[in-house]
Ligand binder design. Structure first.
Ligand SMILES: O=C(CO)COP(=O)(O)O
Length: 263
């Protein structure tokens, strides 16, 4: 299927492993991806993996040692720089491991750890402070979708997380629209559903900053993305990649998603 992605926005296909794969499994998985992916894949698409914290050192060693073109990042970071915050991981620790990306505000953290837009905003600031690129997750639950309020709900999350973030930083952000009802359920948003909200997010970025900045920011869709549905979603003009959960744990499937133009 033909894709209508703006040539200025390289699609980002990022695998969010969530709480799956220990560090030994992580090494085997990244090796499989590295073996399967070719230079032409990396020219067409940016490929990233987002493993659990405990895997990051192993992934870094593999990527550095074999000069792999796969990027990697973490699934969360602390809003604080250092200190008495038991169990937390700072942006500087992630930067030291040469992470490129960090996921902020995933719906599972909002739901199970009560993360608010204010906390997401503090984490976006922490990410930029340490040179990390945020992948900011936004999206509505089923009740909000049923009431038809998906756009206003999602844009309020964008506003909250980007409060006081200057354009020089916001221009590099990645925003992932992940409708909560489509995560891990097999229930995919239709390409039109994805486009409606992703287009609205780009419109909001234009209002908050400028059209030029909005045109440059990558907006991903996430929620039950698979090789079989990725091409139709990527054909939407404001969808510039995917944040993939379950399907990213299967190396063959993830490679097919990276090669969405062939599907
Ligand atoms: O939450 C997601 C990615 O961050 C989506 O998960 P699934 O692809 O498993 O639905």
């Amino acid at each position: 299927m033909a894709s209508s992605i703006s040539p200025g926005r390289t699609p980002l296909m990022a695998g969010n492993w969530k709480m799956n794969l220990n560090h030994l499994e992580a090494i085997a998985h990244v090796q499989k991806l590295a073996f399967a992916l070719a230079d032409k894949d990396y020219e067409a698409v940016e490929v990233a993996v987002l493993p659990p914290f405990t895997d990051l050192r192993s992934v870094q060693t593999l990527v550095d040692g074999d000069k792999l073109k796969i990027k990697y990042g973490a699934q969360d970071l602390s809003a604080h720089d250092s200190g008495a915050y038991t169990g937390e991981i700072s942006g500087s620790m992630l930067a030291k491991l040469k992470c490129t990306y960090v996921v902020i505000g995933h719906s599972e953290r909002r739901q199970y750890h009560n993360e608010t837009d204010e906390l997401c905003n503090a984490k976006v600031k922490a990410a930029y402070k340490h040179g990390l690129t945020p992948i900011l997750c936004v999206g509505e639950g089923l009740e909000i979708r049923k009431a038809g309020n998906q756009v206003s709900h999602t844009l309020a999350q964008v506003d909250g997380a980007l409060k006081d973030i200057p354009a020089e930083q916001a221009e590099s952000i990645v925003i992932a629209y992940e409708p909560v009802w489509a995560i891990g359920t097999g229930e995919v948003a239709t390409p039109e559903d994805a486009q409606e909200v992703c287009g609205a997010i780009r419109g909001r970025l234009a209002e908050l900053y400028s059209q030029e900045l909005a045109d440059q920011v990558r907006i991903q869709y996430g929620g039950s993305v698979k090789a079989g549905n990725v091409a139709a979603i990527m054909a939407q003009p404001d969808v510039d990649g995917a944040l993939i959960g379950g399907a990213s744990l299967d190396a063959d499937e993830f490679v097919k998603i990276v090669r969405f133009r062939d599907q």
